[in-house]
Design a protein around this ligand. Structure first.
Ligand code: BGC
Length: 355
């Protein structure tokens, strides 16, 4: 079986050329393969490096996260102070009986510089968590000097008692007859907008406490803090007297529907509150007479605060009307709330008597 002679001739003539072409193709293929292999090896190497790097990042990240977690639990935030413990039941800062001074030359600036820990009328003990938060409510009109003396004595007094506190001055705008009780209702409602105070102290502007064992804290029952005052030989004025300075928890005051809003002028509103307290079967408590002593800063009767001749009549109606005359019917317009360093000044329009 022979190959066709023409083909055989043709092959012989071109065999070297064909061999050369085949060799070149093989070489080209080899070169490509080698290149890709090298690239693949390089890629593999690079991927391995990346994996290694990622693992390193992850390891570092985990270390960092763990560090952050342990930091958060052991030391809350770098610049947050550690949590405070509760203040002791009895403050170690109390003095007992105090020597009160009423310097004519005293200025608000001096009182401010003596109380640098107070900001916008509020304070809390720097080293411990106060046992109670207390809003002191002071009804006020045209008694600037009395207010100054009271702030001068009350701030250090309350700080020694290690209380968290805010002092609210509720200022009746205009010339209409004064209404202490309604201003105190306004003070309660306005103070609760700032903070959920545990306790409220209803405080006359002209009474200065003489002994810091007289604690401005609330109790299981409503508390009357003025057993005696200098002007009346330090004797309780009468058995049911509940005026001057009293302390009630937020809930006790809410339970009696606050003060009546209808006592315009001097007298009666504190007796009305006592009746409300008794109707709720609560019992007024007082600190010992030697502690619950006050100095009354002298003043003449204010114009615009004349004796309320209707007060006995009103007191007779209290058991029938207390539910519909009090916090739930206290209408007023707040004209301004200012926050100078030592108190919160709420100026309010409380309307006028019906007749
Ligand atoms: C008044 C009270 C007052 C008390 C003591 C009473 O007749 O009704 O409002 O606090 O006398 O002065």
């Amino acid at each position: 079986m022979g190959v066709c002679p023409a083909v055989s001739r043709y092959f012989r003539r071109w065999k070297y050329m064909i061999l050369l072409l085949l060799s070149v193709s093989v070489l080209a293929w080899l070169a490509t393969f080698a290149g890709e292999t090298v690239k693949a090896i390089q890629d593999t190497h690079r991927s391995a490096q990346t994996l290694e790097d990622n693992a390193e990042v992850l390891r570092g990240g985990m270390q960092y996260s763990w560090k952050t977690v342990t930091q958060v639990f052991s030391n809350p935030l770098p610049d947050t102070p550690p949590p405070k413990e509760s203040c002791p039941e009895k403050s170690p800062l109390l003095h007992g009986a105090l020597k009160l001074t009423f310097e004519d030359s005293l200025t608000l600036k001096e009182v401010e510089s003596e109380n640098s820990g107070v900001a916008e009328g509020q304070y809390q003990p720097p080293d411990c968590l106060a046992q109670q938060s207390v809003a002191i409510l002071i009804p006020h009109r045209n008694r600037e000097k009395h207010l100054l003396y009271l702030l001068h004595h009350l701030h250090p007094f309350l700080q020694r008692q290690q209380l968290r506190y805010g002092i609210y001055v509720i200022h009746q705008a205009g010339e209409v007859t004064f209404n202490r009780a309604k201003l105190l209702n306004v003070g309660y409602l306005e103070a609760l907008k700032d903070y959920d105070w545990d306790c409220f102290v209803f405080h006359d502007v002209d009474l200065v406490p003489e002994n810091d064992y007289n604690l401005y804290k609330c109790d299981q029952q409503p508390k009357h803090l003025v057993v005696g005052r200098n002007a009346t030989g330090y004797k309780l004025r009468y058995k049911g007297y509940f005026g001057g300075v009293t302390a009630m928890t937020k809930d006790q005051f809410h339970k009696v529907n606050g003060f009546s809003n209808t006592y315009w002028g001097w007298g009666g509103e504190d007796d009305d509150l006592r009746i409300r307290v008794e109707l709720q079967k609560m019992k007024i408590i007082r600190p010992p007479p030697l502690i619950a002593r006050y100095t009354m800063v002298f003043h003449k009767r204010d114009s615009g605060n004349e004796i309320n001749k209707d007060r006995m009549l009103l007191l007779g109606r209290t058991p029938q009307v207390w539910r519909t005359d009090g916090l739930n019917t206290c209408s007023y317009s707040t004209l301004s709330v200012e926050r100078p360093p030592l108190y919160i000044n709420v100026t309010v329009d409380i309307g006028k008597p019906l007749h």
